[in-house]
Design a protein. Structure first.
Length: 278
């Protein structure tokens, strides 16, 4: 089974998606399950994890509705305000459904946000609910992310987009050192996602390889999971181009390890609809 653990759906508006730069103007439109389904079939992908793109409860409810309507959506990483005093009861409201975890866009916050008591209290509630946390940071935030993870040994984290290394300028350090340090924590996993969107538009598989190799050296095949970052990847080559680049890199791995990276690890980390909660 092949699982894509990182993709988004949205109804595009200029106000809510102002983060899309001019050089990615091709993705300034709606992207819905009907747009993704043919790509999954063409690339032999069996299911996906839908990840939040807006920090609203309304979007989380909408994504959960899409999961109810589309069997190939195996789970939802949504957004709720982890700083809310009633976050535990909010999480209880979603028990037994498709919600498998939460994400806050930490790359848009100062490092001090990760130290806030209310935010950390929310992460404790997330762990208590047997949910996971998608860690979206840029490479310069990795030291703060390590400190955050160390405060929550009972919460499972996954680093989105390899921790956003500076592939665009072929810079390995200090990203590599920090990622290896983060990988020493057994409750942290890493997504092989976002590679071509972090690289310059003239990316090549050879330019990606050092970053994929470093993630493998740190996390091993047992804690790496594949993600497409669709539809963002459509601005940098497309779904098929990215998954083939990762498959080509992974071809040297034993079949069992390839199966883990492309599906087995995703099932272990995220669980499945209705099985994620106590």
């Amino acid at each position: 089974m092949v699982i894509d653990t990182h993709q988004h759906f949205w109804h595009y508006t200029t106000d809510e998606f102002g983060w899309i730069p001019d050089d990615m103007a091709t993705i300034r439109r709606d992207f819905l399950p009907a747009d993704l389904a043919p790509l999954l079939a063409a690339n032999h992908v069996d299911g996906v994890i839908a990840v939040q793109a807006r920090q609203t409860k309304a979007e989380t409810r909408w994504l959960l509705g899409l999961a109810d309507q589309n069997a190939f959506i195996h789970g939802v990483v949504g957004w709720l305000d982890l700083r809310s005093p009633d976050i535990s009861s909010q999480l209880d409201d979603y028990a037994g459904g498709a919600l498998v975890g939460l994400r806050h866009v930490l790359q848009g916050e100062p490092d001090a946000f990760m130290e806030e008591a209310d935010f950390n209290r929310g992460l404790v509630a997330l762990a208590d609910g047997n949910l996971v946390y998608d860690l979206l940071v840029v490479e310069k935030q990795l030291p703060a992310a390590i400190a955050l993870v160390d405060r929550h040994p009972n919460l499972r984290f996954v680093v989105d987009h390899l921790g956003k290394p500076r592939i665009d300028i072929d810079e390995l350090q200090p990203w590599q050192t920090h990622l290896r340090e983060l990988a020493k924590r057994s409750n942290v996993w890493c997504k092989i996602s976002g590679g071509i969107t972090e690289a310059a538009l003239d990316w090549t598989p050879a330019r990606l390889r050092p970053y994929l190799d470093a993630s493998l050296e740190g996390f091993g095949a047992g804690r790496l999971i594949f993600g497409s970052n669709w539809p963002v990847c459509e601005a940098a080559g497309g779904y098929g181009v990215w998954i083939e680049a990762v498959r080509s890199w992974a071809a040297a791995l034993p079949q069992r390890e390839r199966g883990a990276v492309f599906g087995g690890n995703a099932v272990e980390f995220y669980g499945s609809k209705g099985s994620n909660r106590r």
